[in-house]
Design a protein around this ligand. Structure first.
Ligand SMILES: [Zn+2]
Length: 464
């Protein structure tokens, strides 16, 4: 059956919207469709060129990188390949936060986008970037998603978490609603996982007939299990792109049964889509044209590249962010280093293996319904400017304590506190909820910060 609106949207309307906003997203996506099939060596050359440009700009126009390079007697021309990044120090989260002003360039292009992110560590981080960086982010995301069947113009169901937006204006909300209608995107909240909300999602799938689903990994897993247990599938294949959390093998198996195919993606708010699975399902192709992804191992005061198959820390260099350069940023995730051979799909983009360390715990509302813990993780875009860190703790008796370290004083501003309470009421209805101001948040026995700690076990698994 021909789909004229979808065709029109992809071929005419979307390019026109983007061009009208001065965004070269469409030509960039076309370019990326070609570069995907370049050899890995060619792509590394491309990265080296962008890296030198980044280093030249950072050296001339930021106090931080001028010092870092000068102290080591390095010039941008000393970088002959992405592997030469090893000459530079890692940028961990505390340093990223502390050097914000020193890393901000004093020459164009200007930082026009500002984001506060939580990552998985529970400590907010601010990221600034220029317009060009945004275009690369958008284009690499569209390209990576396309491997899983996503395309502009297709009906896409986004089964995702929602964040209460403080200060969102009427105009902005309505503009977003309009965007969704025109772009054929339906957004449903994946956090409530009881019988009622899941039935509603199934009804939406039957009625709206999405051609692709983009979902939180655990949300899609819970939905798929619900569908399989009740034998509700009456549709052809709908590919599911998962993200935000690790896609666990049992969730993948359920998704494949309920929808046909699962494509995992890997991103973080600091740089957006970092890597995604292709049809070969053999690791994640990194967004090489937009960033350098390293997997490193720190041992005995040294840093080395992880060997193929070895687990290491994910380190990112954001190639097109000249406004506030991020070079060798350690984002807090762990991943398996990939093998250096061409993928069966033919693309030359280098690959990484399984991503680890992003599993968030499940919590339970007052009726024992499972609720994804990530819903609190994403709160940082709402309260990140007033809280240094936080942790959500569900005790064995079911009560939920929200521990928070404010930047100043011994209380949260009332507006943020209200938002927080509204959030808890919406996602954990019936669970007693208290806010506790603390001086610091203890680390886990393994030394990691955990945003969600759940000691409560639901008496009956209501969602199964
Ligand atoms: Zn591939």
């Amino acid at each position: 059956m021909s789909d004229w609106y979808g065709h029109l949207l992809a071929k005419a309307l979307f390019p026109a919207f983007e061009a009208a906003r001065g965004r070269p997203t469409v030509p960039l996506v076309r370019y990326l469709e070609q570069t995907s099939y370049w050899s890995t060596a060619q792509l590394r050359d491309l990265q080296t060129g962008y890296l030198r440009r980044l280093l030249r700009h950072a050296h001339h126009h930021t106090a931080y990188y001028r010092r870092v390079l000068d102290e080591r007697g390095l010039r941008p021309e000393d970088f002959d390949s992405p592997a030469d990044l090893a000459k530079l120090p890692l940028l961990d989260r505390p340093t990223l936060r502390a050097t914000m002003l020193e890393r901000t360039a004093n020459a164009p292009p200007a930082a026009v986008i500002r984001k506060v992110t939580s990552g998985s560590s529970g400590q907010p981080v601010e990221v600034l970037y220029n317009a060009e960086s945004r275009h690369w982010r958008d284009a690499t995301k569209i390209r990576g998603y396309s491997w899983g069947g996503y395309a502009i113009g297709k009906r896409s169901l986004h089964y995702w978490g929602f964040v209460p937006q403080a200060g969102t204006t009427w105009y902005k909300r309505n503009k977003t609603a309009l965007d969704r209608a025109i772009k054929r995107e339906l957004f449903l909240d994946c956090t409530p996982r009881g019988e009622g909300p899941l039935r509603e999602v199934v009804a939406n799938i039957r009625q709206w007939k999405p051609e692709v689903i983009v979902a939180y990994a655990s949300g899609a897993g819970a939905l798929a299990r619900f569908i399989n247990d009740r034998n509700l599938r009456d549709w052809d294949n709908i590919p599911v792109l998962t993200g935000a959390e690790s896609l666990l093998p049992h969730d993948r198996a359920e998704i494949v049964r309920a929808f046909g195919d699962a494509f995992d993606t890997y991103g973080c708010r600091e740089v957006m889509l970092m890597a995604s699975e292709c049809e070969a399902h053999d690791g994640f192709h990194t967004s090489m044209e937009n960033m350098i992804v390293e997997i490193v191992v720190r041992e005995g005061g040294t840093v080395r590249a992880a060997r193929p198959g070895e687990i290491g820390e994910v380190v990112i260099t954001d190639l097109h962010n000249l406004a506030c350069p991020m070079i060798r940023y350690v984002n807090g995730d762990l991943a398996v280093a990939g093998v250096d051979e061409r993928c069966k799909c033919g693309r030359g983009l280098s690959r990484i293996g399984q991503i680890q360390g992003r599993v968030t715990e499940t919590m339970y509302d007052g009726k024992g319904n499972a609720v994804g813990g990530l819903v609190f993780n994403i709160l940082f875009s709402t309260i990140g400017h007033v809280a240094r860190s936080f942790q959500v703790h569900q005790h064995p008796d079911g009560r939920v304590v929200f521990k928070v370290v404010p930047y100043t004083g011994d209380a949260l501003p009332s507006r943020e506190e209200q938002l927080l309470r509204a959030h808890a009421e919406r996602y954990l209805p019936g669970a007693p909820f208290t806010i506790e101001i603390v001086d610091n948040i203890p680390l886990s026995p393994a030394g990691k910060r955990r945003v969600v700690v759940c000691e409560y076990k639901a008496p009956v698994a209501v969602t199964r």
